[in-house]
Design a protein around this ligand. Structure first.
Ligand SMILES: Cc1cc2nc3c(=O)[nH]c(=O)nc-3n(C[C@H](O)[C@H](O)[C@H](O)COP(=O)(O)OP(=O)(O)OC[C@H]3O[C@@H](n4cnc5c(N)ncnc54)[C@H](O)[C@@H]3O)c2cc1C
Length: 350
């Protein structure tokens, strides 16, 4: 497994559960990139805004999440703070279409007298804690994790990869999974072509309030507020095409702060306690690539989850484990195929 973010660790756990031996290679420390930087909302922000195939994968994950996270917690002994806190969407465009989508897809979307929409089933997880729990669960299940060990290339013979090269040595491999997040698109020596993934930066602010100051996710026109149970509150985010640059800027912090304070006035009087940026593994229209590599029969990819990699983790891991096993998957895999990704292009909006 190349990459120890939520995609790599969840896939590793699924494969360990099916009896495989798994070694996870991580360039830095497990779960310190996008999977750490995100908000942990377990749903597309406006679920009705996505193609059916993206919704199908997301809804499957959302239904599985409570059970999946309970299993990860039981295996690790660590809490991931799953919380079904609901989400209020303010100023929704075309609310009638949103209500109809919810009814058709079995997701509660309720109109409120103030014109907002209430989605009571939307949950969140504290993503840094989920990653810590996943990491421990993988180790407890017998997986090996090599941190500070970047994969640099592969050796192959007749369409099969035989080994992964790292900065510190060469490791034999029967099967390789590329789950390197935003870096998946860089490829590795000998492993071309890479999937069509590009980094999309997102900046986040963190505040500290009294516990209970906000008890649901709030969303308005691209901005979201996510309360944690202990009073921490995240505000995000931006969609920036800035390459692999993870820097933050004050103007963005000021804008996010002002927009958040307009929704929750208590924020106007306090300063953020932290400001960071993460790099999402961007893919057009948020279609992940979950498939076998076109040129290597024993190389697979699980990447490109873009804005929703935490949400999609259980269903994407299950799908990839089924593909590796040659088992018919529960969902039609065609939309997430390598070939399908080649036909999709970025449009103007990120
Ligand atoms: C600001 C922000 C807000 C977000 N909010 C949400 C949200 O609310 N809900 C949600 O579902 N999703 C959210 N996301 C998206 C989500 O975080 C990502 O889709 C998800 O984390 C991607 O996981 P990943 O494992 O593919 O990538 P990553 O977490 O980036 O992990 C990839 C790992 O691969 C490693 N790696 C790279 N190259 C190599 C190599 N050559 N060798 C070894 N290791 C390598 C990296 O070091 C990294 O640790 C958000 C993202 C951001 C940035």
């Amino acid at each position: 497994m190349i990459g120890a973010g939520v995609s790599g660790l969840s896939t590793a756990l699924a494969l360990l559960g099916r009896g495989h031996a798994v070694s996870v290679l991580e360039r830095g420390e497990a779960g310190r990139e996008s999977s750490w930087a995100g908000g942990g909302i377990l749903s597309p922000l406006l679920p009705w805004d996505y193609a059916e195939a993206v919704s199908a994968l997301a809804l499957r994950s959302m239904q599985a999440f409570a059970g999946w996270v309970a299993d990860v917690e039981a295996r690790s002994g660590l809490a991931a703070e799953y919380w079904r806190c609901g989400m209020r969407v303010l100023d929704a465009e075309a609310p009638d279409a949103a209500l109809a989508w919810g009814a058709a897809h079995g997701l509660a979307v309720e109109p409120r007298a103030d014109g907002s929409l209430w989605l009571p089933e939307i949950a969140q997880v504290r993503n840094p804690r989920l990653i810590a729990a996943l990491r421990a669960a993988v180790l407890n299940a017998g997986g090996t994790l090599r941190e500070h060990c970047a994969a640099t290339g592969v050796l192959s013979e007749r369409g099969r990869v035989t080994a992964v090269q790292t900065e510190t040595g060469t490791l034999p491999a029967d099967t390789v999974v590329l789950a390197a997040g935003a870096w998946s698109g860089l490829g590795l020596a000998g492993l071309v072509p890479p999937p069509n993934i590009r980094p999309i930066r997102g900046q986040m602010l963190l505040f500290r309030l009294e516990p209970g100051a906000l008890d649901t996710i709030l969303y308005r026109r691209g901005l979201y507020l996510i309360p944690r149970r202990d009073g921490h509150l995240l505000v995000g985010s931006t969609l920036e095409d800035a390459g692999f640059d993870k820097s933050t800027n004050r103007d963005t912090a000021a804008r996010l702060h002002a927009e958040a304070a307009a929704l929750l006035p208590a924020l106007a009087k306090i300063a953020p306690v932290q400001h960071w940026a993460g790099l999402r593994p961007g893919a057009p229209a948020n279609f992940p690539v979950i498939d076998r590599h076109p040129d290597f029969e024993n190389v697979f990819v699980n990447t490109g989850h873009y804005r929703y990699g935490v949400t999609l983790a259980p269903a994407a891991a299950e799908l990839l484990a089924d593909l590796i096993a040659g088992k018919p998957p529960a969902l039609d895999p065609t939309p997430y195929r390598w070939e399908a990704a080649l036909t999709r292009r970025w449009t103007g909006a990120l």
